[in-house]
Design a protein around this ligand. Structure first.
Ligand SMILES: [Zn+2]
Ligand SMILES: [Zn+2]
Length: 376
């Protein structure tokens, strides 16, 4: 027994608990005892499909990448951390020497080792080795559960603050009110947005967005039989602008559209409702091929940008927003599971609700020997 129980995906639909060797650490790394891990849509994609686009599970891989824990062992050269420190972990170790790393866009690094993106192991184990500078100490008033949620919050910070460069008094519409969409709304609020609008196809999610982020809401129309995708989006956009009084210029325009759904209708509707000269940011992963209303992009001179994971400064800003109470992460955790119940946790996230019918926003799996009710 090496005493490092790990939750391993062998191939699609095939997960197993394995006792893996305790990882060795390099001089600039720490070994973190993982205590809380959030389950993300991408984890479920790998479980169900064995792949996301070109990332294919070809050998057994430990799942999980949204984690926080306690420093268990410290490498020789590490000065910033000591045993017992409670930390949020940024799960992508970049090469630091390629052009993208050196120009400050390390999320584009081709040589990144990212937790639970094949072939690299994730964090759902008792221990995870990580470069010390990717660990962010948590203040006492934040829990390790908050720490795990720093990952999706950083995705939202990257999209809204870093890629979109949102400024105070601008208005924002977010398509998709899952965890990342909700956090995009919350970040936009925290940065002083004049108006935040949530769009989804599920009424309960919109209700949550209203309570959580003070969002105005729009329930997307259903597609009619025989309607082409673009005609559907145009009708949807028309209904949305009428219902919410959205104009294509001036103070009633939407400065920033964030798509956190990946659905074609959302992308198209978002481009159509964006203000002239506005910005559209793609953060949701969905259909791989989406038809873009290019004429709208052209005629309105939209800025169309992708947002991938997080880069320099994003974890720091995420932590600052949580520390100052500007973004409250606690309401997002709807389900908690012990390490032994990891399979059940994944089933819940996949189904969108637990067996008792409660919708899931974020499910957390505790580390081995940690009680799910102890938020730490
Ligand atoms: Zn994630
Ligand atoms: Zn690099």
């Amino acid at each position: 027994m090496s005493n490092n129980p790990s939750f391993v995906l062998r191939k699609a639909h095939d997960v197993v608990f394995e006792d893996r060797p305790i990882p060795e650490i390099k001089d600039d790394e720490v070994l973190v005892a993982v205590k809380k891990t959030g389950i993300c849509g991408s984890d479920v994609h790998f479980l169900v499909d064995g792949r996301i686009g070109s990332y294919v599970v070809e050998k057994p891989m430990i799942l999980g990448h949204e984690s926080a824990g306690v420093v268990h062992k410290v490498g020789k050269k590490v000065k910033s951390l000591k045993e017992g420190d409670r930390v949020a972990m940024e799960p992508g170790a970049t090469c630091r020497v390629c052009e993208d790393c050196k120009r400050g866009r390390y999320e584009l690094c081709d040589d990144i080792k990212f937790a639970a993106t094949p072939p690299d192991d994730g964090t759902l184990a008792r221990y995870y080795p990580i470069p010390a500078d990717l660990c962010y100490k948590l203040p006492d008033h934040l829990t390790l559960e908050d720490g795990a949620l720093m990952e999706p919050l950083s995705v939202a910070v990257h999209a809204v603050a870093n890629i979109a460069q949102l400024r105070a008094n601008q208005s924002v519409a977010v398509f998709g009110a899952g965890p990342v969409g909700l956090l995009c709304l919350a970040v936009a609020r925290a940065l002083g947005a004049s108006r935040v609008i949530a769009v989804d196809i599920v009424p309960s999610r919109l209700e949550f967005a209203k309570q959580y982020a003070g969002a105005e809401t729009y329930l997307s129309a259903k597609r009619q039989e025989g309607e082409s995708p673009l005609a559907y989006s145009q009708r949807n956009a028309q209904a949305m602008t009428e219902q919410l009084g959205i104009k294509d210029r001036g103070p009633s325009g939407v400065d920033l559209v964030v798509d956190a759904s990946g659905a074609e209708v959302s992308v198209q509707t978002g481009i159509i409702i964006a203000k002239r000269g506005g910005t559209f940011v793609q953060v949701g992963i969905g259909a791989l091929g989406v038809q873009i209303p290019a004429l709208s992009v052209l005629a309105k001179e939209l800025t169309y940008k992708g947002s991938f994971r997080y880069g320099p400064g994003d974890y720091q800003l995420a932590l600052a927003l949580a520390r100052q109470g500007k973004v409250d992460l606690k309401p997002l955790v709807t389900h908690r599971y012990s390490f032994d119940d990891a399979v059940q946790a994944f089933q819940t996230v996949r189904a969108g609700k637990s067996e008792d019918g409660r919708p899931v926003i974020k499910a957390i799996i505790s580390g081995p020997d940690v009680s799910p009710d102890d938020l730490l």
